[in-house]
Design a protein around this ligand. Structure first.
Ligand code: COI
Length: 354
């Protein structure tokens, strides 16, 4: 190991040995950047493979002004969390699914990607190096952000010749602070994704185009935006950063992933848990009218976990949903977070202790 890395790894060990927690006000956690101490970085160039990744102190990175990611948005990200259990063990939730999703996205964006093993090693090293930032149980989680970017210079529109895989982490609490149920605006002018585009992969370019709709909705007092399909404008798709479910009677429905919907790992897990509970689950095209007639609606994602929707407004019509005790979202969230934090038995083998 080079002397610089040896120093880092000694520093990781000595700090983590004598200080259980970093100096963070755990009661004030939201979803923002609280820098941790280390990040992981690995590069790949000229058609080669990723190799020689390592931890390094969390810092700004140097990029050419003509880097592919800066000029043409050639980049993907992932999001997963590390959980502290009651007896101070550390768990990841289905991290291999994130690795596979990054590989799928990399194919679409014509980028090389780290192998599943490289991805998992990088995530584990980053979490363990920053374990003092994993919040106490009940206060939050450590959000882990793997990034894959075209870091080589380009001017003509073409894939970069060099790629950087980077993993950083930040302690987070609740994503949507505020009232218990989201006040949703159904956006019927601006769109998030188009068939044949990149809505179904975690491209960095899928998010900032949603800012305008989000800002306009927030200015009117809404908490988030639900996008409709861009071809007919009749079917619900997803929010700015999460998937949506609606419940009617015993039937739970969520938009089918057919290229414009992100295949969420929380989405997939919630479907499995709801089936175990005996609900009928439908992945299908969902007309906006079904949303307006639902008994319950909620959204899912790594960041939002399972967040209830309190109301939805579409073309001036507002409907409200049940968010009280005995709701399905509540049961699903309890079960999901119970498994994620080791409080409930993980019968499906979803958690990975590190
Ligand atoms: C996640 O849930 O990890 C996401 O990707 C949402 C993020 C854009 C905040």
């Amino acid at each position: 190991m080079p002397p610089s890395l040896q120093k880092i790894s000694q520093s990781v060990e000595s700090r983590s040995a004598d200080e259980k927690y970093a100096d963070v006000n755990w009661d004030e956690l939201g979803f923002g950047v609280i820098p941790t101490e280390f990040m992981y970085i690995m590069k790949c160039s000229n058609g080669g493979e990723f190799s020689q990744g390592h931890l390094t102190p969390y810092r700004n990175i140097e990029l050419s002004p003509s880097a592919g990611v800066l000029n043409y948005g050639q980049g993907l990200f992932e999001g997963l969390k590390a959980y502290r259990t009651e007896d101070d063990r550390f768990l990841l939730f289905r991290p291999e699914e994130n690795a596979l999703r990054m590989q799928m996205g990399a194919e679409r964006m014509l980028m090389p990607s780290p192998s599943t093993q490289q991805f998992l090693d990088a995530v584990k090293q980053t979490v363990l190096a920053n374990k003092r930032w994993i919040p106490p149980l009940g206060k939050g989680t450590l959000y882990v952000r793997p990034l894959l970017i075209g870091s080589g210079p380009v001017l003509g529109v073409a894939p970069a010749a060099e790629y950087t895989f980077l993993v950083f982490a930040a302690p987070v609490g609740i994503y949507h602070k505020g009232p218990a149920g989201l006040n949703l605006y159904v956006e019927d002018q601006l769109h998030r994704a188009t068939p044949g585009g990149t809505g179904g992969v975690k491209s960095i370019t899928n998010y900032s185009p949603a800012y305008l709709a989000q800002q306009q909705a927030r200015a009117k007092g809404f908490s988030d935006v639900l996008f409709l399909d861009s071809v007919t404008g009749k079917y619900i798709e997803e929010l700015t950063a999460c998937n949506i479910f609606i419940l009617k009677g015993n039937v739970l429905a969520t938009p089918a992933v057919h290229g414009t919907i992100l295949p969420g790992i929380t989405r997939k897990s919630i479907i499995a848990i709801a089936l175990d509970f005996g609900y009928q689950v439908e992945e299908r095209v969902i007309p906006v009218e079904d949303l307006l007639e639902a008994d319950e609606a909620f959204c899912t994602g790594t960041a939002v976990v399972v967040t209830p929707i309190g109301a939805a407004t579409y073309q001036g019509k507002r409907v409200e949903y049940n968010t009280g005790k005995g709701t399905l979202f509540h049961k699903l969230r309890e079960t999901l977070t119970g498994i994620q934090t080791g409080r409930l038995e993980d019968k499906k083998g979803w958690t990975m202790e590190i």
